[in-house]
Design a protein around this ligand. Structure first.
Ligand code: ADP
Ligand code: ASP
Ligand code: MG
Length: 421
């Protein structure tokens, strides 16, 4: 008997009919003799609705209260799913994060899972129950409800699978796997049958929201076999067919995968760029700027410092667009007066586009094809950053979709044999 964790996203849980379909699919897996834990998200649109209500009442809402509010979406969908499972004739029980408990730190709205107590889940599984555990939420040491950041139900599911040493974690969503890029932006995007863990990690961290980055980190750390697949297929499709569908995140790189230089294109609109012009070029300046930003719990992504001209330099960095106003405020109120800068310029209409592939390690000229393609489209590059298996550029966000499509074509992703069949 295997333990399998299923995760269903917002669209998959989006209506009573869809919830019934989830219950039918789970019933099929249970009938095949597996022990099933299901981790649902809030019904689609619900988290946005709840956070929108909060923002109507407060422009800078308190994180603890935001989590208190947002976590209700998953609580409702978990209870509804348990009812649907019972209607299928199964024994089913739902738990909120604090009831399991899923212990997290206290970083409200972006908490990290520290540990999961699996005793209650195991006892229910052993008693023949399907266990439903809320996605997205946990509880901190003081007993306060926390949430794991947008898209966090993926992480709940993989973490529960890791705690239970589950045989597989199946992430059911509204696409049938991981594609060479978001199929909503490039209709010619191709589904990958397998993707290496490292590539998935890069794709997720560079903006592909099909899996939350922390879920991929958990999958890697605990070697959880994780598959992304569609919840919109016939729930009664044969189990062996379903087990082979979608995209498997693999921890082994095979020869065919290495043959692909670039296997995917990720993008993110959530970027904002800030430049301090005319900063003194002396030791400690980068720390004086970025240390304060880090102290405010703001994550900095790309950083570029220009060559010094007559003792001063320009210093640019990017932050998530949601942190833009707070970062500018911090710069103007404390950092610029302390460091001294001629001017602060900023742009929150930028996007990041990245090419990702483990094959880039052993192939030269990949970045130059990227730059040539963007040049041919007349797209200006603001910033560049590279690592062994990715190259990212920051560009004006109005060109983002054009850039993604042009790069997808330039690297032959619609046809290249990226993975084994
Ligand atoms: P869920 O609600 O199931 O968690 P999400 O909306 O969070 O679903 O993630 C699925 C979406 O991710 C897809 O609908 C697709 O638009 C987007 N996406 C972005 N990049 C990719 C990619 N490379 N492959 C597949 N889907 C992607
Ligand atoms: N409901 C949460 C969100 O919308 C978590 C999730 O869907 O994974 O971000
Ligand atoms: Mg998601």
């Amino acid at each position: 008997m295997s333990i399998i964790v299923h995760k269903y996203g917002g669209t998959s849980m989006g209506s009573v009919e869809r919830i019934k379909n989830v219950a039918r699919r789970v019933a099929k897996w249970h009938a095949a003799g597996h022990q099933i834990v299901v981790v649902p998200s809030a019904m689609s649109g619900e988290t946005n609705r709840l956070l929108g209500l909060a923002r109507e009442l407060s422009p800078m809402p308190d994180g603890r209260e935001l989590d208190m509010i947002a976590a209700t979406g998953e609580q409702a969908s978990s209870g509804l799913l348990a009812l649907a499972l019972q209607a299928e004739g199964l024994k089913a029980r739902s738990y909120a994060g604090w009831q399991v408990p899923i212990h997290t730190d206290s970083a409200y709205t972006k908490a990290r899972i520290k540990s999961i107590d699996d005793a209650r889940i195991r006892a229910d599984l052993d008693a023949g129950c399907v266990v439903v555990v809320t996605g997205f939420q946990g509880v901190d040491d003081a007993g306060h409800i926390t949430t794991l950041g947008r898209g966090g139900s993926d992480t709940s599911a993989v973490a529960v699978a890791a705690a239970l040493k589950a045989d597989e974690c199946l992430i059911f969503t509204d696409v049938d796997g991981v594609y060479t890029t978001d199929p909503r932006v490039e209709p010619d995007a191709r589904r990958l049958t397998v993707i290496s863990f490292e590539e998935m990690l890069e794709m997720a961290s560079l903006g592909s929201k099909v899996l939350q980055i922390r879920s991929v980190e958990f999958a890697g750390k605990y070697r959880v076999p994780t598959r992304v697949l569609s919840s919109l297929t016939d729930p009664n499709m044969p189990l062996d067919e379903e087990m082979k569908s979608g995209t498997l995140v693999t921890f082994e790189e095979d020869e065919k995968m290495e043959a692909a230089v670039v296997s995917g294109i990720a993008f993110s609109r959530d970027e904002a760029k800030i430049t301090l012009l005319g900063v003194p070029d002396k030791p400690g300046v980068a720390y004086a700027i970025l240390g304060k930003v880090a102290d405010a719990n703001i994550d900095v992504d790309m950083i570029v410092q220009n060559q010094s001209v007559s003792g001063t330099t320009d210093f640019s960095f990017t932050v998530n667009r949601t942190e833009f106003a707070r970062t500018l405020e911090l710069l103007n109120s404390t950092i610029v007066p302390a460091v001294g800068a001629r001017e602060v310029s900023s742009d929150d209409k930028v996007a990041k586009v990245s090419i990702v592939g483990i094959g880039m390690r052993s192939h030269a000229g990949v970045a130059s094809l990227m730059f040539r393609t963007l040049a041919e489209e007349g797209i200006n590059i603001h910033m560049i950053s590279t690592s062994e298996i990715k190259t990212s550029v920051v560009i004006s966000d109005k060109y983002m979709e054009l850039a993604v499509r042009a790069l997808h074509k330039a690297f032959g992703l619609e046809t290249a044999p990226v993975t084994k069949v």
